[in-house]
Design a protein around this ligand. Structure first.
Ligand SMILES: [Fe+2]
Length: 549
């Protein structure tokens, strides 16, 4: 049973008030207990709490502390009643050579699908010393439940605030926010009630820009030293600051991640200090700062434990099967991933699995999908191959994946990496599907790499390449997908600055008879009568009302 010691409550209020001005969010009601990236006064404070779906009856809860904890003492209390957290989940700890923190991962299992739970991360050997409040989550709708819902998609969303994306940049960089412009993290926090979970398609923090930003005179009082201590401290601190910043999202919505090139190492493959004419490569990175180590250790996505966990996996939510892939590595025999030795990125990373493992896994995963239960199948990977910048495509990615996705009738492929928004018509083998968005045979391709980070904007080709139906550049934002039923899905581009929708389209697919026959009224979840739950009929009306707007 969790404890609510008066001292705990008082500390929460005091710290929240003291630090509100330091937190770079407009959502000042969220009580971060420390400035993002700074060590807390209490080293066992459970920071960076983040949720991830495992399946409809299990949820992963991960968090970090600045000291090692015995697994049996780092636990999650949870239950359907916020005032009676009557169940306990143990955790496992992981860390790596250069990390200043320890990750703890707990799996909360035996849950009811589509049901609201409350949870509190705690340390059993420290009475009242955690100042983090109780949060809640809702488990995934079970496969075959076709209750309408929405999901938020973002990519290339890095550190915000004075060390990242703000209203100024260094020499030679661009993309600064306007004064007081709402950034994408803020917009997504403000819109929490408008989606059920989040998929972040790679490039998570841009901590690997610390040296680039320093050489441009933006970050650090003077150029950051490239000795081992400085590399470790700067890269790790910026990573931690980002995990702190997104906690208002990750603690309240399942946050599913794909890997991007900026997770690869501490220096994005290399940077040139033009002032001093020095080139720094990925060789400066310390052990623990290469081959996606921080990404691999921080997250607990579904799938087989081991080096490929968090790199390729799938999960179901209601009427949708989500497939998350690594377009950075492990493209199969004869192809080099962009981040691998032999690839284009100078990242010197990968592989994460055996030769051909990801490709074989993808074939088997898609072959098992029951389209009568999950009629929608979406694929996510970091780099695009049909996008509004003709010379910024990943051809090895296309060669590795396009055929498999097409053969298995994937509906939508979502990517990032290019810092623009680009919506293609349905495509296969560089040829547009004549049906357009009305029951096409081929997948539709959407790139939205406008999450935002230091130096974070690209420019679309003008005119747009053939078969790119719409493009947006120069604006930060995220995407919202709404699944209305088995045949109709809407995509929206949401501008971060005011959460307005700048582009929307509907994708329509015909389905076999019998699809979702148990679906629309088949929701089995409970909202516990406490307001936040995602109970079936009420929420269906809410989502459909938004669709009518
Ligand atoms: Fe990228």
């Amino acid at each position: 049973m969790a404890c609510f010691h008066p001292l705990t409550m008082m500390l929460t209020l005091v710290l929240a008030a003291r630090l509100a001005a330091a937190v770079p969010f407009k959502n000042e009601s969220y009580p971060l207990t420390t400035v993002p990236g700074e060590r807390p006064w209490n080293p066992i404070e459970p920071l960076q709490q983040r949720l991830a779906y495992i399946n409809a009856t299990a949820m992963a809860v991960s968090w970090n502390t600045y000291t090692s904890l015995p697994d049996e003492e780092a636990v999650v209390y949870f239950g359907t009643d916020a005032w009676e957290l009557d169940r306990t989940a143990p955790s496992r700890q992981s860390t790596f050579e250069t990390s200043r923190t320890f990750s703890h991962h707990a799996i909360l299992s035996g849950l009811e699908p589509g049901t609201e739970y409350h949870y509190r991360v705690a340390h059993t050997n420290c009475f009242g010393c955690s100042t983090i409040p109780t949060y809640s989550f809702t488990t995934a709708l079970p496969a075959g439940d076709c209750t309408p819902y929405a999901v938020a998609i973002v990519a290339d969303m890095g550190l915000m605030g004075p060390d990242g994306l703000t209203n100024s940049t260094g020499k030679g960089a661009g993309g600064a926010l306007l004064d007081n412009e709402t950034n994408t993290i803020q917009s997504m926090v403000q819109s929490l009630d408008a989606y059920e979970h989040i998929v972040h398609i790679g490039d998570l923090a841009y901590a690997d820009y610390f040296l680039k930003a320093s050489t441009q005179g933006f970050y650090g009082a003077d150029n950051v030293l490239t000795n081992a201590t400085s590399i470790v401290e700067n890269y790790e601190r910026l990573n931690e600051a980002w995990y702190d910043q997104i906690t208002p999202l990750t603690s309240q919505r399942p946050y599913m991640v794909a890997v991007g090139n900026h997770e690869s190492n501490c220096n994005n493959g290399g940077v040139k200090d033009k002032v001093n004419n020095i080139s720094y490569t990925a060789q400066i990175c310390m052990p623990g700062q290469t081959n996606f180590t921080a990404y691999a250790e921080h997250w607990n996505m579904p799938g087989r434990p081991g080096p490929s966990q968090n790199f390729w996996y799938s999960y179901d939510v209601g009427m949708v099967h989500y497939v998350v892939l690594s377009f950075e590595t492990d493209l199969g025999e004869g192809l080099y991933g962009p981040d691998e030795v032999g690839g284009t990125g100078k990242q010197m990373s990968g592989p994460r699995g055996k030769t051909g493992e990801q490709i074989e896994w993808l074939r088997q995963d898609l072959a098992k999908v029951d389209r009568k239960k999950t009629p929608w199948v979406l694929a996510f990977g970091h780099r695009p191959w049909y996008v509004g910048i003709a010379d910024a495509v990943c051809e090895p990615c296309r060669l590795a994946f396009e055929g498999i996705l097409y053969e298995n009738n994937v509906d939508l492929v979502l990517t990032g990496h290019d810092h623009v928004y680009s919506r293609s018509v349905p495509m296969f083998n560089h040829t547009a599907d004549p049906a357009g968005y009305d029951n096409p045979r081929a997948p539709t391709y959407i790139t939205n790499g406008l999450g935002g980070h230091y130096d974070g904007l690209d420019v679309l080709d003008s005119p747009l390449p053939a078969n790119v139906a719409h493009g947006i550049d120069g604006v930060y934002g995220w995407s919202r997908l709404t699944f209305a039923n088995a045949t109709h899905m809407r995509h929206e581009f949401v501008a971060a600055r005011n959460s307005s929708v700048l582009d929307e389209f509907w994708l329509v697919r015909a389905r076999e008879e019998g699809t979702c026959v148990d679906g629309e009224e088949g929701h089995t979840g409970k909202d516990n009568g406490k307001g936040h739950g995602k109970g079936g009929k009420k929420d269906k009306r809410d989502v459909l009302a938004r669709l009518d707007e």
